[in-house]
Design a protein around this ligand. Structure first.
Ligand code: PEP
Length: 251
């Protein structure tokens, strides 16, 4: 049985003061049993969040990692081994903002996925199509190719300890959300692609939906059979809203 996961991507937001407030707000939330919760602060605030949420049922992840797993000469990057040492248990790889704005290629994403796993971190592989690709009816092809890059390079067993997040680019930070049916169609295709290699691995992989998830639409999305929770951006910066999304995953 797959337990839902609700993950908050704080992106490039936060000061020490606002992060302290967010930690305080999260600590007050009633989090439903059976729902896993994680937050992904900026690298600068990981230590503060790990300390502040110590003893709470909230895992901490990073928003990216270097392609090399070990520390070394890569100015400005953070190694997965350093993230693990700082208290992270997960890391996002291939977020569309990194693919489209910062130039992460499919090969980079695969190396980051492997680096994360080699350090005991769970990679959250983000995939998703642009509006142009959706309008050209290329959604399943684009998402399928992003997934195949990692499967082909690392093998299906790599997904026994990984999470996939389907995030249509046109729904991220725009207020537009895929309908539950649109999202379910892509989630089912992702699971079927994994099942083509190993049915057991496919049945165990959590597939999160991301793209303008909020308390008002979470329950409907999370009610779909292949949607195992959400990757939440903007709404995760409000502890009460994020708590409500977590509770929606428990229903
Ligand atoms: C995200 O950046 O992963 C995301 C889903 O953002 P938002 O919820 O703000 O659309």
């Amino acid at each position: 049985m797959r337990h839902p996961l609700v993950a908050g991507n704080w992106k490039m937001h936060g000061t020490r003061a606002s992060v302290a407030e967010l930690i305080e707000g999260l600590s007050r939330q009633a989090l439903p049993a059976g729902v896993e919760v994680a937050v992904f602060p900026s690298c600068l605030h990981i230590a503060q969040v790990v300390r502040g949420l110590d003893g709470k049922r909230v895992a901490v992840g990073a928003q990216d990692c270097a392609v090399e797993s070990a520390p070394g000469a890569l100015t400005g990057e953070v190694a997965a081994s350093q993230l693990q040492d700082a208290g992270c248990s997960l890391v996002l790889v291939g977020h569309s903002e990194r693919r489209l704005i910062l130039g992460d290629s499919d090969a980079d994403v695969t190396r980051k996925f492997a680096a994360a796993q080699s350090c005991g971190l769970t990679p959250v592989l983000c995939v998703g199509e642009t509006l142009e690709q959706r309008e050209a009816e290329q959604t399943l092809e684009v998402v399928g190719r992003q997934l195949a890059e990692v499967i082909d390079a690392l093998g299906i067993d790599a997904f026994a300890k990984a999470v996939v997040a389907y995030e249509p680019v046109w729904a991220i930070g725009t207020g537009l959300t895929a309908s539950p049916e649109q999202a379910q169609q892509v989630h089912a295709a992702i699971r079927a692609q994994l099942a083509g290699q190993d049915a057991q691995v496919a049945a165990g992989v959590k597939i999160l939906y991301g793209g303008s998830v909020k308390a008002a639409n979470a329950a409907e999305l999370f009610g779909m059979p292949d949607i195992d929770g959400g990757l939440v951006g903007g709404a995760s910066l409000n502890a009460d809203e994020f708590g409500a999304i977590c509770r929606a995953a428990g229903n």
